[in-house]
Design a protein around this ligand. Sequence first.
Ligand SMILES: [Zn+2]
Length: 232
Amino acid sequence: MLLLAIAVAAFLSTFAGGLLALKLHDKLHLILGFSAGAVIGVAFFDLLPEAIEFGGRIHAPAAVLACAALGFLSYLVLDRVVSFHGDAAPRGRFAAGVLCVHSLLDGVAIGLAFQASHAVGIVVAIAVLTHDFSDGINTMNVVLKNGGDRSRAMSWLLLDAGAPVVGIAATALFRLPAEGFGMILALFGGFFLYIGASDLIPESYHAHPKLLTTVMTLVGAAVLYFVVRVVG
Ligand SMILES: [Zn+2]
């Protein structure tokens, strides 16, 4: 029952973030700046610490971070392949797809945490619910910025908002070893650093090289630090 409520909240949080990004479309560079900081914040303050915590039970922290580097570099290679023809749309679909898989894993993380214990479950659920809002913003942004229209961005947002629900439901069916899950989180930490640093930061800044854009990126990272490390 509690898991069902969390699943609904995850959906609503993601969806609300996406709608906000759509509504503020004319201020896209500022929202992109925020997104860039938020994506990097999720990587540094949520995914990587959790990866080290879960994966560190059997792997050295250096091995977990090497897995994050593998994520970063493999995303770089895939991104080059996908955007080889110079058309932005496949790049947007690819990034949105990665965000959706990430949101699916957010749901899996909640389910697994509740399998571990009720208290751990609550902590992970708070961390996920608070950053889901930025997941929604980010999904909307990667599609819009790569030339996607509103309806396409909306379809991706619905998929992204539904993904944690599916992830939570899936954990009712299987048990995943925490160590292996740690390495998957590290991989996604690498993906997120790449999306933030190579896609969202330059995109938010090059057409609007303003102090405010930079401030928004710092704010994005700071907000994620606060919601994941202080509130969570
Ligand atoms: Zn997430």
